[in-house]
Design a protein. Sequence first.
Length: 282
Amino acid sequence: MKILLLLCLTFASSLAFAHGMSAEDQARILNAGYLEYLRLGATHMLSGYDHLLFLFGVMFFLTRFKDILILITAFTVGHSITLVFATLAGITANYYLIDAVIALTVCYKAFDNLDGFKKYLQTRSPSLVWMVSIFGLIHGFGLSTRLQQLPLGDDGLVLKILSFNLGVELGQIAALSIMFVLLTVWRKTESFQKFSAAANVLLMFLGGLLLLMQLHGYQHSQYPDDFPLNVDDHAHIHEDMAKSESPLSGYKKPLNLGAEPDTTEGQESDMHTHDGEDYHSH
């Protein structure tokens, strides 16, 4: 179980770090034109699993094109406002925390799809248009914090932001088109009625997993000494945590992060270093 937990934490943190602006993106954007910003916006939306899961939840029970148009327009207006103005004003926040809130929006939509407000809270669910608009503002702020990781400069800043936003919209249209086709085909089968509830339970679970991933990433960003980003060191940190919580001869071993190996002549230490070196004696 400890090994499984370690693997899950390592995998989850790697996913959390992946959804951002990589060093490659930052280097490529230095002398990029507006088309490159457009392409970056599209690929960022298509790789944004949190945005896509939320949109999937919104689309899940919509059958009329009018309803789809209203809700997606509300979401688009919301995220465009915060993406453009937060970037222009230089307003930012820890992107792991913003993405954690975005993960909660996924859980909210799944809960709403399961008619959770009526079943468990004995109340009507809030206006979907208003909630999607508000969540759009949050998603846009998340996109803005990622965009501000790039060396944008001052030259043509407005057009760069608008190009990135247009790319986001194009990526969103592509994703929604695929979702619409898949859901339309699935609704015509008997399995939709059988598994629609299970699908939204899974959606809520994935939203919760994303929340844990982002909070885990936040620990790494705020406490780099205790949670190093080096993959090898990262794994060892969690190994030490597991050891410190395991009963050994009637006591719990204290967690001694960052300490030098305590060795005596002729005796190997039972610790390992976390400084990125290849010292792994036990």
